[in-house]
Design a protein around this ligand. Structure first.
Ligand code: ACO
Length: 459
């Protein structure tokens, strides 16, 4: 517990006795002197963090609410303890439950990684077979879900359709709100993983004006998804194994990325103890935003605009002059090559072998080379991120750009579920309810409508 000491010098500044990079013991402390009162406090430092609630004891008097931390956009606030995903942005490391993303992409299927994220350990063959079987037999959605989706406008954005239809699943499984029941939770997890590709493919077919295709239980997870997207008159859809593998790897690469915006939305909404369909719908809604799920679309549009490798020097001059942004470069966390971009690059060739090469690939490769040779980018530690190349694969698969974030959402569903599950079982978690610094008026005298002056009020 924190202890309060008095009569210390007001000139004393906060001194961290803890090691800078955390990982310490509870004996490590931070001494803080409140220059308003002259009091000094010793606050425990654990795992390189302070507990924000320990600040509350720092008061100017009895009526003072106590000190708060102000952190818009949560730039420096840990909202949970998590054992799911480790990211070291400086070193370019991404690990799930301790396994490197490179090893998982090399050896695992997406469903195996989903099992790992959700259950904490790699499955045995029996466990994996049962898991895959359960997911496979739950891919169908109720016919009313299909009817509901058919009610959307012909040109409805597929991501908007996905937000609505995932949320709507809660009305088909009303007992999903019994989130403290382990068995009930388990079946919703299976359903979410199983039905997400079905909803995504239905949204795509709706957009294309094509009839929806039902799942095929003979196909693996990525192949079934390709079938629901592209099957036409053939009796049996046979996915190309190279495309299937590339898609599976893309799902793995997007499976989880610790406390990003959409995962934080899932945790925040889930903290109200709502059912997991509603919590995941919040994640899809967050991913819909161009700053999160939409960067790969911008990267593709940028490559199209550049048109030819010979325009790259001019384009880069525009970036350096601040007229342009190099989309698919830079990351809030990675200050090194995003390991996911390196893996995607390896799968590009296989996809282009099946679909024929894209002139945009030459532009992307040359653009990366010239940017990485340029001090502007190296000094700022700007490297390709996962979005630089993923749009090229999606385009080669014949997907319109509006489907790109939908593809992201399918993969991220496993991460959202794992983080939701960890959150609902964490005894430290409560309803997420941030504080504010109130900046508005107080104690105004009510003015009758006839006496009011017109003011311009922002909507
Ligand atoms: N092109 C050109 N300059 C850039 C880029 C870029 N893509 N990214 C950052 N910079 C510059 C900034 O202008 C800034 O320069 P300055 O120091 O001269 O002012 C410096 O690099 C630092 O950049 P910040 O904007 O402070 O970095 P931040 O961490 O806030 O932004 C972000 C990260 C939003 C990803 C940014 O790099 C960006 O806009 N990239 C392009 C969009 C993109 O690819 N987003 C996908 C991210 S991955 C994902 O969401 C799955």
């Amino acid at each position: 517990m924190s202890t309060e000491q008095t009569d210390m010098s007001t000139e004393q500044t906060a001194t961290a006795n803890a090691s800078a990079n955390g990982g310490g013991t509870a004996a490590e402390t931070l001494s803080v002197t409140d220059n308003r009162t002259g009091k000094t406090y010793e606050l425990p430092v654990t795992d390189g963090t302070l507990r924000a609630m320990d600040l509350r004891q720092i008061k100017t008097g009895e009526d003072d609410f106590g000190l708060m931390a102000y952190d818009p956009a949560y730039m420096n606030t840990a909202s949970c303890r998590s054992a799911i995903t480790y990211v070291d942005g400086e070193a370019g490391i991404l690990q799930h439950r301790g396994y490197s993303i490179e090893q998982l992409c090399e050896h695992s299927s997406y469903l195996e990684v989903a099992y790992l994220l959700i259950n904490g350990a790699l499955p045995t063959q029996d466990q994996l077979d049962k898991w895959v079987y359960e997911i496979t037999i739950h891919t169908f959605v109720h016919e009313n879900v299909k009817d509901f989706m058919q009610g959307f406008r012909y040109d409805a954005n597929p991501m908007g359709m996905l937000v609505a239809s995932v949320g709507a699943l809660s009305t088909f499984y009303p007992d999903a709100n019994k989130i403290n029941d382990e068995q009930i939770r388990a079946i919703q997890i299976i359903r979410l993983l199983a039905k997400m590709p079905t909803l995504a493919a239905f949204a795509f077919r709706h957009n294309m004006g094509q009839p929806y295709v039902y799942p095929d239980n003979d196909l693996a997870y990525p192949g079934n998804f390709l079938g629901m997207m592209y099957k036409m008159t053939e009796l049996k859809y046979k996915p190309d194994p190279r495309l299937e593998r590339a898609l599976d790897v893309l799902f793995i690469l997007h499976a989880d990325h610790e406390q990003n915006a959409s995962t934080s939305a899932v945790r925040s909404v889930g903290s109200t103890r709502v059912d997991p369909y509603s919590a995941v719908a919040a994640g899809v809604a967050a991913l819909y935003g161009p700053l999160h799920g939409g960067a790969n679309e911008q990267a593709l549009r940028m490559l199209r605009r550049i048109e030819s490798p010979r325009n790259i020097p001019d384009f880069l001059e525009g970036v350096k002059a601040g007229r342009e942004r190099l989309m698919g470069f830079g990351h809030r966390v990675y200050k090194n090559y995003d390991p996911r971009a390196r893996i995607i690059k390896k799968h590009l060739d296989a996809v282009f072998e099946v679909r024929g090469t894209s002139p945009l690939l030459d532009i992307a490769t040359e653009l990366e080379k010239q940017a990485l040779d340029d001090e502007y980018f190296t000094q700022r530690k700007l490297f390709p991120n996962v979005d630089f190349y993923s749009g090229l694969i999606y385009e080669a698969l014949g997907l319109p750009v509006a489907m790109f974030p939908v593809m992201f959402a399918i993969g991220r569903t496993s991460g959202w579920i794992a983080q939701w599950l960890e959150m609902v079982q964490d005894p430290e978690q409560k309803i997420a309810r941030p504080r504010q610094i109130y900046t508005g008026e107080r104690d105004r005298e009510y003015v009758p409508i006839a006496d009011r002056q017109s003011t311009s009020v922002a909507p």
